[in-house]
Design a protein around this ligand. Structure first.
Ligand code: TMP
Length: 227
């Protein structure tokens, strides 16, 4: 558990609705007066944004290099943003975190899980989310959502997907299993079915977050302004 603040991560496969739900939760917490920051992985630092371009692009990268670049982005995010925010008592919402590396690079790319765990521990300094919400969606449904989103974009900015979206369905099924196994093994993970309407999923997410807000001291906007 964090020494202070509250650290919440969203995990899930392609098209699971993480970014939508992370943003809804962020807005809801802000309305309640909490100091809340929404971050994404890879990204949310200069280095992370730079690495993201490469990591989700189509340039060749070996599985090992891919793993190490995700961890480099995480190490930077942890030190530059997450630790200071948590130490100030804020709520930090991460759109993906270390669980994605276990699922994608471990179960998807088949890199040794113990090595990944070691790297995750090293990059995070052992500080993991207080709550990880897995949005569980059948990969066929998730990829269908991604494709229909692409079709709605103007031709000039639409692209043909990215390194991970273009993987075979077997890869995405393995990734889903990777997330589900982590959820079963960890007391700080919970699973929310991502197949329902955005509002229903948001209500389910809120019901998981509320109990954590009650039993800790988290900075509120008014208090932060006073200080
Ligand atoms: P997204 O955040 O927009 O879903 O895109 C990030 C992509 O990077 C997504 O396909 C999952 C992948 N990814 C990994 O493979 N390993 C990781 O550790 C993280 C954070 C993301």
């Amino acid at each position: 558990m964090s020494a202070s603040g509250l650290f919440i991560a969203f995990e899930g496969g392609e098209g699971a609705g993480k970014s939508t739900q992370a943003s809804i939760l962020h807005d809801a917490l802000q309305r309640e007066g909490y100091c809340t920051t929404l971050l994404r992985e890879p990204g949310s630092t200069n280095l992370g944004d730079y690495l993201r371009e490469y990591l989700i692009g189509e340039q060749p990268v070996t599985s090992l290099a891919e793993l190490l670049l995700f961890e480099a982005s995480r190490a930077q995010l942890m030190t530059e943003r997450i630790e200071p925010l948590l130490n100030d008592g804020a709520v930090v919402i991460a759109d993906r975190f270390a669980g994605s590396t276990v699922a994608y690079q471990g179960y998807g790319r088949k890199i040794d899980l113990e090595r990944i765990q070691w790297l995750n521990d090293y990059a995070t300094g052992g500080r993991y989310p207080d709550l990880t919400i897995l949005l569980d969606v059948d990969p066929q449904v998730g990829l269908g959502r991604v494709n229909s989103r692409q079709l709605q974009l103007p031709l000039l900015i639409a692209d043909t997907g990215d390194r991970f979206e273009d993987e075979e369905i077997a890869f995405h099924n393995a990734v889903r299993q990777g997330f589900r196994d982590q959820e079963v093994r960890s007391a700080t993970w919970c699973s929310v079915e991502g197949n329902h309407s955005i509002d229903d999923v948001a209500a389910a997410v809120w019901s998981r977050v509320c109990p954590l807000l009650a039993d800790r001291v988290i900075a509120k906007l008014a208090e932060a302004e006073k200080g």
